[in-house]
Design a protein around this ligand. Sequence first.
Ligand code: SF4
Ligand code: FE
Length: 482
Amino acid sequence: MLTGEQYLQSLRALKPEIYMFGEKIDTAVDSPILRPSVNSVKATYDLAQMPEHEDLMCATSHLTGKKINRFCHIHQSTDDLIKKVKMQRLLGQYTAACFQRCVGMDAMNALYSTTFEIDRAHGTNYYDRFIKYLTYVQENDLTVDGAMTDPKGDRGLTPAKQSDPDLFLHVVERRDDGVVVRGAKAHQTGISNSHEVLVMPTQTMKPDEGEFAISFAVPIDSPGIFMIIGRQSCDTRKLEEGCLMDRGNSEFGGMEALVVFDNVFVPNDRIFMDGETDFSGMLVERFAGFHRQSYGGCKVGVGDVLIGAAALAADYNGAAKASHVKDKLIEMTHLNETLYSCGIACSSQGAPTESGGYLIDMLLANVCKQNVTRFPYEITRLAEDIAGGLMVTAPSEKDLRNPKIGPYIEKYLQGVASVPTEDRLRVMRLIENLTLGTAAVGYRTESMHGAGSPQAQRIMIARQSNLEHKKQLAKKIAKIDG
Ligand code: SF4
Ligand code: FE
């Protein structure tokens, strides 16, 4: 297992093509904009080295019997599934940001069972290839970016009918030793902080869409791959000297990018699906299911920080004893723990797949994510209510440090007299960061669209709801025959 420092060195050794603000940068590690997101991934390595977190952060590889980071593990039991969620809550609390490494974990778990079942149906050898790849990932403790979302162009058209076929990533050339792919993946969490990218099809493909039903893994610095970093609200505060406090969370963050695959060669041993359209739906659903489970952990951990920040704001404002404030904090906790309950429930009701790898309960995982599309918004609303307007009108740290105006800020933005004004401002900045700033990408909008937009879960809920069975139950009680 790598230490956090070794992880940083391993990233520096890669040569990815990263573009941001119109310029090429060499590595995310030394970029002031991207470093906080690197730190969040680094936390997945750091915490795995701490004895008090070993039970959650580490697992025993079912392939090698060695101790590995849980982010590289294939779940072998419901206990593993539950520990995954607990690990994510812990990391959410520790970073108050998206720590990015879950997408690869979820992709590997989905591919593990799906490749097994493709081989059984088609006589292919994807599973063996994938085991070889997984062993490599585990042995080197790699961070893998799971890449599913294609740009998709006109949502009313199928992949083949798009005005530009590259709007869905697809095979453009076949060689004896592999394939060449072209296309892009959008909103790629953690890509610049990863070693590998593991690509999956973005949706269920029809029988004539075989060239789009492609899954593979390549290093992020493979020729033809480049990433264009997405902007975040308040991102350039990270470039300002002497304004650490204004960032709200100066150490940790997340990142997303548009990743272009411009004629990228994929060797045969890194291809895990190629044209088996009948299994594209299974892969998409399993990956999405795992990532919908994930949100019952990570968002809850970040929610814990936000609830804590709101409670601190109430203390510092002198409003903690007001019954409506107490009630709002109870409501926030109730909502947050409901999300956690869903994450734990879909894990505890998990079951083994044909491969032996465990899968969550799909209905409950989709209910989990559907709640995540709503509750963090309400938690955010209540945090803003409790914090007051100062969370968006507070002056900068430089003003606070200014010898002439600083004392006026100290004097007039004071809340409870025993609390330094600076502490009050710090907690306001943290709430701003989580609700409107850089972390809001991971906590707010990602709660809506990450792991699939709300309608995607509703389709899955409809499919799993077994209404016929429920009708029979009602008929029996009502004594309706037939
Ligand atoms: Fe992990 Fe959550 Fe970030 Fe997804 S959004 S990568 S589950 S921390
Ligand atoms: Fe996500």
